[in-house]
Design a protein. Structure first.
Length: 157
């Protein structure tokens, strides 16, 4: 049985976006482009209705590229359990009330039993100071937290 990976919006955005002039973002884009086919092959991958909603925003050409990349990936629903856990992550910390979508990504991956939550969001999700607090809060509510990582961390070199 393959391990399950929840792909957060930042990953598909880096995969499909035009090359950035910012060297760090450009590097992350290249890593994502190289690893994307391997991720789809080695893991059972999932997105959520939230990923689709976020992917439908912005430039129409970019939207089309994101939606094409996501077309064959199963979509997880936003359940009441996920919404409740997201609210708790915000109310109890560590997720800021200014980032409710981030709390919902974490919660959707969690309640659906994902092994990994794949993200390039280092500000609010894949942040060393926040990750341990996310794990603690999720476990407090009876769930097992998926391992939060970037595509590079998931597959290494």
């Amino acid at each position: 049985m393959k391990e399950k990976v929840y792909i957060e919006t930042s990953v598909v955005s880096y995969f499909t976006s035009k090359p950035s002039t910012d060297i760090i973002i450009a590097g992350r884009q290249e890593i994502t482009r190289k690893k994307w086919p391997h991720i789809l092959d080695v893991f059972d991958t999932y997105i959520s209705a939230l990923v689709l909603q976020e992917s439908e925003q912005g430039d129409s050409e970019a939207v089309q590229k994101r939606l094409e990349a996501l077309a064959d990936i199963p979509v997880l629903s936003i359940t009441g359990d996920a919404e409740e856990l997201a609210s708790k992550l915000i109310l109890e910390g560590p997720v800021s009330e200014k980032s409710p979508e981030d709390a919902l990504h974490i919660s959707i991956a969690t309640v659906n039993g994902m092994d990994y939550l794949l993200t390039w969001n280092f500000a609010h999700i894949n942040n060393a100071q926040i990750k341990s607090k996310i794990v603690t809060r999720i476990e407090k509510h009876g769930y097992q937290c998926p391992l939060i990582c970037s595509p590079e961390e998931l597959l290494g070199e």
